[in-house]
Design a protein around this ligand. Structure first.
Ligand SMILES: Cc1cc2nc3c(=O)[nH]c(=O)nc-3n(C[C@H](O)[C@H](O)[C@H](O)COP(=O)(O)O)c2cc1C
Length: 247
């Protein structure tokens, strides 16, 4: 099936360096470029040294139409995130979980967006059924280093944001893409292993590419499904926002 409306893909690399997560994400995006299914519009966002302050629980977003009071790199990424049909997250494992920078972003996103999409006042917490397709790519230095835990954490993020977590396909990918660098901490460790045809690094790349492909496919299914069923959901507050933004 061909459609002219592009799927807007946001590709987030949540590492402070252009390293192994960045490499996997770029490999994943190669697969997206090769998809002949639908036009895609890819926005890349690299955390790098950008600042994401932690949520300080000020709750000002409740009286600021869902805006976060703290001004930093949160706002530009929030805008890209809100506008995307599909979100790919690539991130390293830190302390058997996700990096703090990424946690700061999603804490503030989850709270502030609860008051963001309504037009009337007073507002009450409501995140519409955003139904963005989300794929997760992670890697760490170690085997059993927490890749599953980090992936699970982000799957919960997708669920909380009323979005759809998408895995790759077995056997390369169970619940997302996970890799490891054989205990090496260099920023090109995974790429080198991949060039040496290391089996686990090849698996991580294959899984990342599957996750990316399926995430775009799922975004297409959701978008076309919403178009087809628009009349069913027209009056439903949960769908008003996504329907309004269907092109
Ligand atoms: C603060 C910190 C914590 C880390 N914790 C873990 C960990 O719990 N498990 C693991 O396998 N690797 C861990 N690592 C290693 C990184 O996940 C690994 O080096 C990864 O390749 C870094 O990704 P990047 O190159 O995209 O930054 C940690 C690294 C840092 C800097």
């Amino acid at each position: 099936m061909k459609t002219n409306s592009p799927i807007k893909v946001l590709a987030i690399c949540a590492s402070p360096r252009k390293g192994n997560s960045y490499f996997l994400l770029e490999k994943a995006l190669e697969a997206v470029e090769q998809l002949n299914l639908v036009p895609t519009e890819v926005n890349r966002f690299h955390f790098g040294q950008k600042l994401f302050a932690p949520c300080d629980a000020c709750m000002k977003h409740k009286v600021m139409q869902g805006q976060c009071r703290i001004k930093d790199s949160f706002q530009p990424l929030r805008d890209l995130w809100v506008g995307a049909d599909a979100v790919l997250y690539a991130f390293p494992v830190y302390h058997m979980g996700i990096p703090g920078q990424l946690k700061c972003f999603i804490d503030r996103l989850g709270n502030s967006l609860g008051y963001y999409f309504q037009s009337g006042e007073p507002r009450t917490f409501h995140i519409p059924r955003l139904n963005k397709a989300m794929g997760f790519i992670t890697q760490g230095a170690h085997l059993y280093g927490g890749q599953d835990l980090a992936l699970n954490y982000m799957i919960n993020h997708a669920l909380l944001m009323r979005c759809i977590p998408v895995p790759g396909d077995l056997p390369a990918s169970y619940i997302g893409a996970g890799g490891w660098t054989g205990g090496q901490a260099g920023k090109s460790s995974l790429e080198k292993l991949f060039e040496e045809k290391d089996r686990d690094a090849s698996n991580a790349v294959e899984a990342a590419q599957q996750v990316a492909r399926r995430t775009v496919e799922m975004a297409l299914i959701v978008k076309e499904g919403l178009r087809a069923a628009r009349h069913v959901f027209d009056e439903d507050l949960n769908y008003r926002y996504v329907l309004k933004n269907l092109d």
